[in-house]
Design a protein around this ligand. Structure first.
Ligand code: PEP
Ligand code: MG
Length: 902
């Protein structure tokens, strides 16, 4: 920071010296004022103090050497240009001092207007304004108020209070009814307030006012609200703000003056037209404060046709120049139009797509640029049903927005009840402390899932995202009592059957029903809305941009899917295969009993009987999936989680057995079960007997799965279809593990496949750091790698994926240790480095090695760009995120280095 602090370092730029590409240095506002100046548009003259000056000031607590002199020089040239001097008693120049960072942070930092007014120049200002004393004194009182509040931390209410007093004394509640004498009195009252709070008189020296105001703007970069805003918007904390010193123009000089804002298109829908508001005889902050009602911009045509026409002309020029929606602030001073600001305007997700499409039609941008101008987060927003929150709904709790969307329904506490009520046609919300694989049926039946524990990679979150179902997890204000069938929150009790609404995007929980709007964009992806026939501009724009993304991207996109229904949905959403079929999800429900038999088997025969019973069921699962995927690759992962997850919880079982024993009941079976649960209990199951370890320890388990996969592929092929299975071994850390599994698998495959022509690949997940670091060796035995970034993050950071997000990540985010959970977006420097090493070393050992990712990061926009840059072949994500991944893979392919998508 401030390394280049030398006297001759340039800290101040005249508007004529800058341009729109200098946002890093001049901030957004300064860069765009410079651009407009150079376009010859009517911008009041001024200069910009750079973000570097701000950073130097914040680092050292003093202005960098040379800054004061440069300000002096630019001020003099401003004075010369305007023919007025700052604070002059007869014909004063006044300036505004405005913040302006690289990324817009609306209202978060400070502005001081009318700098240069004092007891003498106020008289000159009145003369300059044609004897308008009221205006001059009003401007002066505004300066003291803003300066006091912003620069000297005088409580704003004191000024408000004095203003109210003045209005009361005049018997009005309208500022405009105060006359020059009232305002002169108010200036005295404000000066007394200033003295009381600061111990000094209001500074009369204009240059001192200017320097203090500049300093206050620098410091406002670190104001609490600005820090908070940056964190939320993921704006880096070390950018600093520029400061713009601009000659004042006045919109409050009478009915032929005024101020307004305008958009070159509708920022809500993207529709073309004139959008904006105008307020006659007012300054910008009056619009913000809502003191008087604005009129639609079109009214200006009637009030001041010349200015209106000029404004429309400027708006068209700005759009053509920026090739995008612009928003504009302007002021009219006695019939003369001044441009105070422009920038590429913020817009809704829908408008982003529509406008990008329109600009292509207008020949202003090409399709690559259109693709660059939208993003996956916007597309995701358009795909979720939304709450219509136009009424007053107050959330009662807030958890983690774990799987986006909006859902309302009756509260149920068990999976069985969810299935039952949903069967009766009721919308239900399944509420649990946390979910486990047993809740799957209930989760499928429910419209949404609400848990009081767990983060974004908790079971509830992962499964819900996979299903595209709304989920709020870790809402810890909610106290769930499953046996009593109720939960309490904020002193209220919610019983089974009561209605709640959950917003999986914001994590907010509401009592009662909030109306929901379904998404047209999902209808389009699902194929029930034809984009050519839709009269919806949004659907057409999405279709066009998605088509271009698909044509452009290098990364293939697959889906994580475990059922035929998921596979079918994934294909409709454009998946080019299945990147992860988690077979453990097939061991639930009715099959649990068979798994229990497998675990409790005392003899080889008992074990092989259990496996033999599971085999046809598994085979049917795979047949269904292979049929749906019609020859596209399907990566089937052999069973991963610890087997005791399929047994009842230890504590509950121990209590049941003890109670039954007490009653003298026959509990031999339960005792055997309890003994097995005890035997298999692990302190750290995530690091225990799971994945490949399980396959090496339980004879026949992986063999059964491999056989089911191969037999299914053969059956589908013999039936005239085609199947392309890829068998994936989980949790491999050493090549020897993979070799052992592979030897047996190859033997079975050869035996089953025979001359059917079916080809089965065998590969591995890379999800243990050791696997990434020995990828060169592992690649010798693997035909493909799929990065399991959930476990790689868990083991790379040593963060339990089930606990940490809810437990302490808030503090890490607050401290800026990371800007976003590494479970959500790949940690490029650490976990990403493991991926890069493994990709490079894997491909060095086996050229052309197929590489994919199937952890949750596969559907995260930022992470997709990373995977593109590492050279993976595909990403795999939940079916509902497939369109987002397609779009982002396209963007990654067209993105130019250093482009700025914010
Ligand atoms: C992973 O670890 O990233 C992965 C895909 O496997 P799972 O989430 O099932 O552990
Ligand atoms: Mg894993």
């Amino acid at each position: 920071m401030a390394a280049q602090e030398t006297v001759d370092h340039k800290y101040v730029y005249d508007f004529a010296e800058g341009n729109k590409d200098l946002k890093d240095l001049l901030g957004g506002k300064g860069a765009n004022l410079a651009e407009m100046t150079n376009l010859g548009l009517p911008v009041p003259p001024g200069f910009t103090i750079t973000t570097e000056a701000c950073k130097a000031y914040l680092a050292t607590g003093r202005e960098p050497a040379g800054l004061a002199g440069q300000i002096e020089a630019h001020l003099e040239s401003l004075e010369r240009g305007m023919g007025r001097r700052l604070g002059d008693a007869h014909d004063p120049l006044l300036v505004s001092v405005r913040s302006g960072a690289k990324f817009s942070m609306p209202g978060m930092m400070e502005t001081v207007l009318n700098v240069g007014l004092n007891d003498r120049s106020v008289v000159g200002l009145a003369a300059q304004a044609g004897g308008n004393e009221r205006f001059a004194w009003d401007s002066y009182r505004r300066l003291i108020q803003m300066f006091g509040k912003t620069v000297c931390e005088v409580p704003g209410e004191e000024f408000e209070h004095a203003l109210d007093e003045a209005k009361r004394a005049r018997g009005t509640d309208n500022d405009l009814d105060l006359d020059a004498d009232d305002l002169r009195g108010l200036v005295d009252a404000y000066k007394r307030i200033f003295l009381k709070h600061t111990g000094r008189d209001f500074p009369q020296e204009p240059r001192e006012q200017l320097d203090l105001a500049i300093r206050a703007v620098f410091e406002s970069w670190n104001a609490e609200r600005a820090v908070l805003y940056r964190r939320q918007e993921r704006i880096p904390a070390d950018l600093g703000t520029a400061v713009n010193v601009v000659a004042m123009v006045f919109g409050n000089l009478g009915p032929d003056s005024g101020t307004g804002v305008a958009f070159t298109r509708d920022p809500a829908s993207g529709a073309q037209g004139i959008y904006g508001d105008y307020l006659a005889n007012a300054q910008g902050e009056d619009v913000v404060a809502g003191i008087r009602n604005t009129v639609p911009l079109q009214e200006l045509e009637r009030l001041d046709k010349r200015s209106y026409d000029e404004l429309l002309d400027i708006m068209a020029r700005l759009e053509g120049h920026y090739r995008d929606l612009c928003d504009i602030e302007f002021t009219i001073e006695r019939g003369k139009l001044w441009m105070l600001q422009t920038r590429v305007g913020k817009r809704t997700a829908a408008a982003a797509f529509v406008i990008a499409g329109q600009l292509v039609d207008e020949g202003l941008i090409d399709l690559d640029e259109a693709l660059h101008r939208v993003n996956g987060a916007q597309l995701a927003q358009l795909m979720f049903p939304r709450f219509q929150l136009d009424h007053d709904f107050e959330p009662v709790a807030r958890g983690v927005g774990a799987s986006p969307g909006a859902a309302s329904g009756r509260v149920v506490f068990t999976s069985a009840r969810a299935v039952e009520l949903a069967g009766e046609g009721e919308a239900v919300i399944l509420v649990r402390r946390e979910t486990n694989p047993d809740d799957l049926n209930g989760m499928i039946a429910a419209k949404g899932i609400l848990t009081s524990r767990g983060g974004k990679t908790s079971h509830a979150a992962v499964v819900a995202r996979g299903m595209g179902k709304t989920c709020v997890s870790g809402a810890d204000e909610i106290d769930v009592n499953v046996p009593a069938k109720r939960f309490t929150v904020a002193g209220q009790t919610v019983n089974e059957g009561d209605v709640v609404s959950i917003d999986g995007t914001t994590g907010k929980v509401y009592l009662g029903e909030v109306p929901v709007t379904p998404s047209e964009v999902v209808r389009y992806f699902e194929g029930t809305l034809d984009p050519d026939e839709a009269d919806d501009a949004l659907v057409k724009a999405v279709h066009r941009i998605m088509t271009h993304a698909d044509a452009t991207r290098r990364l293939a996109v697959r889906a994580n899917a475990d059922t035929g229904a998921d596979a079918a949905r994934a294909r409709r959403f454009g998946a080019q295969g299945i990147g992860l079929c988690r077979t453990e999800h097939m061991f639930l429900g009715d099959r649990r009993e068979l798994v229990e038999r497998l675990i409790l088997a005392r003899t080889d025969t008992e074990r092989s009987d259990a496996l033999a019973a599971l085999l046809p069921l598994q085979r049917d699962d795979f047949v269904e999936i292979f049929r749906e995927m019609a020859g596209l690759p399907v990566t089937v992962r052999l069973i991963d989680p610890p087997l005791h997850e399929f047994l009842p919880p230890l504590e509950q079982l121990a209590v049941d057995v003890a109670v039954a024993q007490e009653r003298g009941e026959d509990v031999a079976k339960e005792e055997a079960l309890l003994a097995a649960v005890r035997r298999m209990h692990e302190e750290n199951p995530m690091l225990g007997l799971r994945g490949v370890r399980l396959g090496l320890v339980i004879p026949g388990l992986f063999a059964m799965q491999v056989r089911a996969i191969a037999e299914a592929a053969v059956r589908v092929t013999r039936d005239g279809g085609s199947a392309c299975p890829e068998i994936m071994v989980p949790l491999v850390g050493a090549v020897q593990e993979l070799e052992t599994v592979r030897a047996e698998a190859e033997r079975i495959i050869a035996e089953v496949v025979g001359d059917s022509g079916v080809e089965v690949l065998i590969g591995t997940m890379i999800e243990v750091p050791r696997a990434a670091l020995t990828a060169g060796q592992i690649a010798e035995a693997a035909q493909f790698f799929s990065f399991g970034t959930n476990d790689l993050t868990q083991m790379g950071w040593g963060f339990s994926r089930d606990d940490v997000e809810g437990a302490f990540f808030w503090r890490y985010l607050e401290l800026g240790i990371f800007g976003i959970s590494p479970f959500e977006s790949i940690d490029r420097d650490g976990v990403g480095r493991l991926v890069r090493i493994a990709a490079e070393e894997g491909r060095a050992a086996r050229p052309g090695l197929k590489l994919g990712v199937c952890g949750e990061h596969g559907g995260d926009p930022e992470s997709v760009h990373f995977f593109h840059s590492v050279g993976l072949d595909y990403v795999s994500c939940s079916p509902f995120r497939v369109p987002v991944a397609r779009l982002e893979a396209g963007r990654a392919a067209v993105e130019t280095v250093g482009s700025d998508s914010r």
